[in-house]
Design a protein around this ligand. Structure first.
Ligand code: SAM
Ligand code: SF4
Length: 465
């Protein structure tokens, strides 16, 4: 099934819309921003209008509107996770990636289940509760079963105070039956990036292996949803093609999922092409996205799909990450390594990693920084564990009700981190932030927050509502 063109990406239509809004007219921009402030999302035409902005004053207005929408929906919460690379074996030839099959410059490694358990132990002892499991597209002896075994291993590791409570997965597109097996292992989000929606560019940069097939990848989230996975994540690898085309194409993908399945993606990732060992393309992105355009992209996505989480990885520098929190980012990775076995190694190995990182700080330092900016680091996994996923999550999120859960849960899971793992400096900053946040609350949210945080202070782990 789905062995046909992914015709929901209509390139002709994208170019027409971009052409129609080539010059950003200030009156039109203001109209679109006023509509965006209502938090009901934007059409393709609206998005095209915003991509055309270059006037500094209008950019400022775009950023202010994105900030208001972000704070109204998400408050000051930032969800934390760590990627876990289990294998860098790969049969594909993606010209931008260090893991591509013919690259001889990296050491190949697929972790054993014991090695995976060791990595997970280290992440738990740092305070992590969410993992994004990542692999190249080729698995050792047990084939796809290796992916399933690895998820089981991750959930099976227990440490003194913690365990991994949500495993999200970024592995190559699967068959519907395989997606069903993935779901039955209890994954959180399945994410996959189309990399570029532009077919010609896609063919130029994917020159070998199964990933050459644009359509197989394009339909993958349809198969995942049909298999019952209702939290899916999408993304674009920025730098491969014109970002304006890419975000309009992503809008078409989102609307297609909404129309077919009644629900859009749970998250959007915005990786920018970073240098990678053995890749000329990665060092010289054909459509490099400037820092200002990158911030614009985050702000536009925040307004276009207000209830979809935006993920910012450690590809970006600490400075860029800080700037995008205000524009719409709701989830960040921290303390990441992108080489399999990287957490159990003394030194950072950027050579065998998938790409080079922009933010090398350990988790505790990121937490301290985020908290001193007034953002609440959240390790909450409540929605997924209480079955508030897919449509149920959106039903709660849209009227803003989710805040009744998220705000208290963020504080209790942050307090758990401070209690069990934080350095003295982070603990001081964090406890003050929790107190200030509770002081600023009222009504039911405040009551819930006080109750949950008190329970953690009394030594109880994993409390949520
Ligand atoms: N192998 C699977 C695949 O390609 O779908 C899943 C994991 S792949 C390791 C995760 C993502 O890393 C890719 O989808 C791509 O967007 C990103 N990536 C690859 N090379 C990169 C680079 N040089 N800079 C930034 N991101 C990169
Ligand atoms: Fe393999 Fe994924 Fe890298 Fe492509 S992006 S070479 S599929 S690991």
């Amino acid at each position: 099934m789905y062995n046909v063109p992914a015709d929901f990406i209509n390139e002709k239509k994208i170019w027409e819309v971009l052409e129609a809004h080539k010059v950003a007219d200030a009156v039109k921009v203001k109209e679109v921003l006023a509509k965006a402030a209502e938090m009901k999302g934007l059409s393709m035409d609206d998005v095209a209008v915003l991509t055309g902005i270059s006037d500094p004053e209008l950019i400022k207005e775009l950023f202010n509107t994105a900030n208001k929408v972000k704070e109204t929906i998400y408050g000051k919460r930032l969800v934390l996770f760590a990627p876990l690379y289990i294998s860098n074996l790969c049969a594909n030839e993606c010209l931008y990636c260090a893991f591509r099959a013919t690259n001889k410059a990296i050491v190949r490694n697929a972790l054993t289940q014991e090695q995976i358990a060791r990595e997970v132990q280290i992440l738990i002892n740092q305070g992590h509760k969410r993992i994004l499991m990542v692999a190249g597209e080729s698995y050792p002896t047990r084939g796809f079963q290796y992916v399933l075994d690895s998820i089981k291993t991750i959930y099976g590791v227990k440490s003194e105070h913690g365990e991994i409570r949500r495993v999200n997965v970024n592995v190559a597109p699967l068959k519907t039956e395989e997606f069903k097996a993935l779901k039955s292992e209890g994954i959180g989000t399945y994410q996959i990036f189309q990399e570029t929606y532009h077919r010609e560019t896609y063919s130029k940069v994917h020159i070998g292996g199964k990933k050459k097939d644009y359509n197989w990848r394009g339909w993958s989230l349809h198969r995942a949803m049909e298999a019952g996975i209702d939290d899916v994540g999408i993304g674009i690898l920025f730098g491969l093609f014109d970002y304006r085309f890419e975000i309009l194409a992503m809008m078409q993908h989102i609307r297609e999922l909404e129309e077919k399945f009644g629900i859009g993606p749970h998250t959007i990732s915005v990786p920018r092409l970073e240098p990678a060992t053995g890749s000329d393309l990665a060092s010289h992105p054909p459509f490099a996205v400037s820092d200002i355009d990158f911030r614009k992209i985050v702000a536009i996505l925040r307004l276009a799909v207000p209830y979809t989480g935006i993920i910012m990885s450690t590809r970006e520098t600490a400075k860029m990450r800080r700037e995008t929190f205000a524009l719409g980012v709701s989830q960040i990775s921290a303390g990441s390594r992108t080489n399999p076995g990287g957490y159990n190694s003394e030194t950072e190995d950027d050579i065998s990693g998938q790409f080079s990182l922009g933010d090398h700080r350990p988790l505790d330092e990121v937490i301290s920084d985020v908290a001193s900016m007034g953002y609440i680091p959240s390790f909450c996994t409540a929605c997924y564990r209480l079955g508030r996923t897919g449509q149920d999550f959106m039903d709660l999120a849209k009227p803003g009700d989710i805040k009744l859960h998220c705000a208290p849960n963020a504080l209790s899971s942050f307090m758990e981190y401070l209690h069990n793992y934080a350095s003295p400096k982070t603990k001081t900053v964090g406890i003050k932030l929790i107190q200030d946040s509770i002081d600023s609350m009222s009504g039911l949210v405040k009551q819930r927050a006080i109750k949950l945080v008190n329970r953690v202070e009394q030594g109880k782990d994993d409390v949520y509502c």
